[in-house]
Design a protein around this ligand. Structure first.
Ligand code: NAP
Length: 246
């Protein structure tokens, strides 16, 4: 049987876990793709390419050129452009596509969660929920809050690009974060509302527990809808099963 070529669209812990699992498969030739936005990214096992493809058409051309047999879209649940491009490129080329998406978070009984459909809606709701917000939405979307005069604390892996809120303290840090550290951070900065995307996963979940313990409201942004018609699994091992079954 000829070696089959697999492209993992990555940039997440799940994508790295999948690349690790596939590193031991002798009949698979695996390449992980990163957008290239994070300086000094955590690199997955195996071959890595970095940078955009040039839209859905560029990705389709790459799949043809590289004779890719299967694609796993393991990008972040909020990275919706690349997921739409992957769906379109898979349709255009006939290359099988699987989405690997970690499940979203669910509120428990003592949680005070307020859902927003978009970051713009979150910015509209925020002043009604607290006056000392902690933004944990990554580095690319702070512009949505730029018009608010609140004293923000914002955490991201790398410095966020402008525009930023006029009063904004940036904390550069990379998960996973511990519950003790999250508790201390909320106390130290007298945070009274937490803002997050529904990213899911354990690495950044302790902030939700710390907010629950402190009875703080959490403003949580819903995931964009996934592209229709793409089969999805929640765990890297299930993506390995899908590849084996092809
Ligand atoms: P996006 O809005 O969906 O993508 C924007 C463009 O970046 C895409 O059109 C594509 O450029 C390029 N791109 C994105 N992911 C790529 C990948 N894995 N390989 C090659 N090119 C990629 O994505 P984003 O929200 O900017 O996120 C970029 C990356 O960071 C993703 O890989 C994602 O997994 C990771 N990430 C995102 C978030 C988040 O909250 N959005 C959080 C953590 C990690 P072309 O059109 O030129 O192909």
């Amino acid at each position: 049987m000829r070696t089959r070529r697999v492209l993992i669209l990555g940039g997440t812990a799940e994508a790295r876990a999948l690349a690790d699992l596939l590193a031991g498969e002798p009949d698979l030739d695996v390449t992980s793709s990163l957008a290239g936005r994070t300086p000094d990214p955590r690199l997955p096992a195996g071959q890595v390419r970095i940078g955009g493809f040039g839209g859905a058409e560029g990705l389709a051309a790459w799949l043809r050129e590289q004779r890719v047999d299967a694609v796993v879209d393991a990008t972040h649940p909020f990275a919706d452009a690349i997921s739409r491009h992957a769906a379109a490129a898979a349709r255009a080329t006939g290359v099988p596509l699987l989405a690997l998406r970690r499940p979203g978070w669910n509120a428990g009984e003592r949680d005070r969660w307020h859902w927003a459909g978009t970051l713009t809606e979150a910015a509209r709701l925020l002043p009604g929920l607290g006056q000392r917000p902690f933004l944990t939405i990554g580095r690319q979307d702070l512009a949505a809050f730029a018009g608010l005069p609140l004293p923000f604390l914002a955490r991201s892996v790398a410095p966020p690009p402008p525009p930023l809120p006029a009063r904004c303290r940036i904390l550069l840090d990379r998960g996973p974060f511990t519950l003790d550290a999250e508790r201390a951070l909320l106390r130290e900065h007298r945070v009274d509302v937490l803002v997050t995307k529904d990213s899911g996963g354990p690495a950044t979940a302790p902030k939700l527990t710390a907010a629950r313990e402190a009875a703080l409201p959490v403003l949580i942004v819903r995931r964009p809808p996934p592209p229709p018609g793409v089969p999805a699994v929640a765990a890297p091992a299930a993506a390995v099963d899908w590849l084996r079954a092809l």
